[in-house]
Design a protein around this ligand. Sequence first.
Ligand code: SF4
Length: 218
Amino acid sequence: MRISEIFESIQGEGESVGKVALFVRTQGCPLDCSWCDTKYSIPFEKGEEKSINEITEIIRTFIENKKGIVVFTGGEPLYYQEEISNILSRINYQNVEFETSGIYLPIEKLYKYKFNVSPKLSSSNLSGGKKIYQKIYSNLNKFLNLNSIFKFVISNEEELKEVELLIEKHRLPKNRVFLMPQGSTIEEILYRSKFIVSFCIEKGLNYSTRLQVLLNIK
Ligand code: SF4
């Protein structure tokens, strides 16, 4: 399967923030978010080919030494879900998370893991237009029944209204919704965090930081 990069860090976003993690970033994403901060992981033909054995060994070594979380991210990791399921079947480990846009439904063999679903909002400007947003939103129902949180990346105040409508329409439990500022600089994160945090307090939603940006780490 094609891999963009594999590295150790701490989880900087969402519910598991601060946990030591091995990130397995798969190569290739069918979306093209305007603000994507890992654009190098979008083309399917880039990255490098790594065997299932090779990836399994890297994960096994991490688990033996650190016992942290294993995070499959992208790109879109669920594009490689058969391969990942094969890897996970060789490692008896539950502490696994998927960072996904929600564009693909997970196969049953992955149901026992955690999904950090990041449905896209209008500022993503997806080239697939309305159809692609609808596809993502129609998958939310499935993720609702799995161990998942919903992490919305917020670029401007107008998107808060958009999130509110989506929460209502898809009946997303507020305690599983995280609003996270879009941005790749400390200034952007802090600026957007202010209005996001106020909104979270008012509506009873969770806020997520982007610790990797604030600390300038991977
Ligand atoms: S879904 Fe993620 S990896 Fe794909 S384009 Fe959007 S931000 Fe980038």
